[in-house]
Design a protein around this ligand. Structure first.
Ligand code: GLY
Ligand code: MN
Length: 475
């Protein structure tokens, strides 16, 4: 946890901003409970709700936080622990100590909490909640608010969401340092994976290297790693294939820091250690798109424009290869490039890998001035609004050859004036390439976070040849 002062400051700011907007009543933060896999005592690894973590810091199950907007004070509610808990799981600190650690002025147990919510309801004081993404949290709200299952949604409060998003979007220096700690683990994950990749290894072998690096660092992945020779399947979580010379391996993975901040990195590299000519061509286009987009990142620049810069670079590169044709601006305006770049440039990064997505993507990524497009490709852009000093974002363009999609567009004649389907079909076995880094928006511009993981062609080939040399020398 951070120091109590951090949580006190965050809650005070939230309270002040909502009070300024004329809001009254209680802000309710249900923490997550344990989630059973197959029976109650055999649960999935516990992950705390990120807004609870942000405002109350504690990382165990069965907790609730309340901010009383009218009294200007915070409550920490803990179910306490029994002798059985002590025997099986060891003793936790007392609720009083835990409340002090997050700087909550008041603490109570489950009965106090139920009474508080029921009194508020009787007095018609507003109770504000954030959107729920877990069924057990919904049931807990139903019980606390004494309402129907769907009625729980009527307590979701837009001002509450907006002010939580405003606060969580701007990372403090201690948060940026957490992301950099997660990136230290990422660096080790990629160093080990690059050394282990070679023809004859399996995807599973490489993913086990990622997991063992995480385990040795005493941490967990920030999302299920993607580690695949079939990079054209954007979120491929299957690891059943062998890697052959000539294959590209795409690894999109992240770690959590001790305080649960995420890293999110993607690298694509040749299993043999050397790119083929065709791979070099496509890789160079994706790298140029990423570098062009990153160089544009600065306060007041709309991330939508960074996306369009990447799209334009990809369209221009594919035109040079004869895959696209026509005027590059027209290609991008028509969305023809999205056949090969069908996702958004990136997203916010923080306590969640897609930060705050549980609160609603459009609250996080769009505003009154920049709204989400419904064009294929562009509609997948999670963040379109202007960047601000303090944002941490990912920049992750890609280029993919998805046979089923190419066949569909060809059959429908979609964007046929811009696409040479015959040339594109020569890439139908290609797979996909994505390159991703984590970027901090500074006052003047941006900083790429973490130690540089090889990403130029020379850097990747040099690193892989050095690793294979070492393997050879070891016999
Ligand atoms: N790194 C996975 C994603 O951003 O979707
Ligand atoms: Mn990402």
């Amino acid at each position: 946890m951070f120091s109590a002062a951090t949580y006190v400051e965050r809650r005070k700011t939230l309270c002040a901003r909502l009070t300024e907007r004329g809001e009254k009543g209680l802000l309710l933060f249900p923490g997550n409970s344990a989630s059973p896999m197959n029976y109650t005592n055999n649960a999935y690894p516990f992950r705390q709700d990120s807004s609870f973590l942000y405002f109350f810091g504690h990382n165990h199950e069965g907790l609730t936080g309340v901010i009383d907007l009218d009294a200007g004070e915070s409550w920490y509610f803990d179910q306490g622990f029994s002798m059985d808990d002590i025997i099986w799981s060891g003793a936790l600190a007392t609720p009083e100590e835990l409340a002090a650690r997050c700087g909550a002025e008041r603490y109570g147990n489950e009965d106090t909490l139920s009474q508080m919510i029921s009194d508020a309801r009787k007095k018609e004081r507003p109770v504000h909640v954030l959107p729920v993404y877990r069924a057990d949290t919904r049931m807990r709200l139903v019980q606390l608010l004494d309402c129907g299952i769907m009625e729980a949604d009527t307590f979701i409060s837009t001002p509450f969401i907006e002010e939580v998003v405003n606060l969580r979007s701007i990372k403090s220096i201690e948060e940026v340092m957490e992301i950099e700690l997660a990136l230290e683990t990422s660096y080790a994950m990629y160093a080990n994976a690059l050394s282990a990749a070679r023809p004859g290894a399996s995807e599973r072998q490489i993913v086990s290297v990622l997991h063992s690096t995480l385990a040795l660092a005493g941490t967990s992945p920030s999302f299920t790693p993607i580690c695949t020779g079939r990079g054209q399947i954007l979120h491929n979580h299957e690891y059943s294939h062998m890697l052959h010379s000539g294959d590209l391996l795409l690894i999109d993975s992240g770690a959590e820091s001790a305080n649960h901040y995420a890293s999110d990195i993607t690298r694509t590299f040749p299993v043999s250690g050397t790119f083929t000519e065709q791979q070099r061509d496509i890789y160079s286009i994706v790298l140029a798109a990423q570098e062009a987009a990153i160089s544009q990142c600065a306060p007041d620049i709309a991330f939508l424009d960074c996306h369009l810069t990447a799209a334009t670079t990809i369209a221009s590169g594919l035109k040079d290869l004869g895959i696209l044709k026509g005027n590059v601006e027209d290609i991008v305006a028509a969305g023809a490039h999205a056949l090969f770049f069908p996702h958004g440039l990136g997203h916010m990064l923080g306590l969640d890998v897609h930060d705050m997505e549980g609160l609603g993507e459009d609250f996080v990524g769009y505003d009154d001035t920049i709204t989400r497009s419904d064009q294929f490709g562009l509609r997948g852009l999670r963040l379109g609004r202007k960047l601000q000093h303090g944002f941490v974002i990912t920049v992750e363009p890609g280029c993919y050859f998805i046979p089923a999609l190419m066949e569909q567009w060809k059959a429908e004649g979609t964007c046929k004036e811009f696409i040479n389907f015959d040339v594109a079909s020569q890439f139908s076995e290609f797979g996909g390439i994505r390159i991703e880094d984590d970027i901090y928006i500074t006052r003047e511009g941006h900083r790429v976070l973490g130690q540089q993981i090889p990403k130029t062609i020379a850097g990747i080939e040099g690193r892989m040849h050095a690793s294979s040399q070492r393997l050879y020398q070891r016999g």
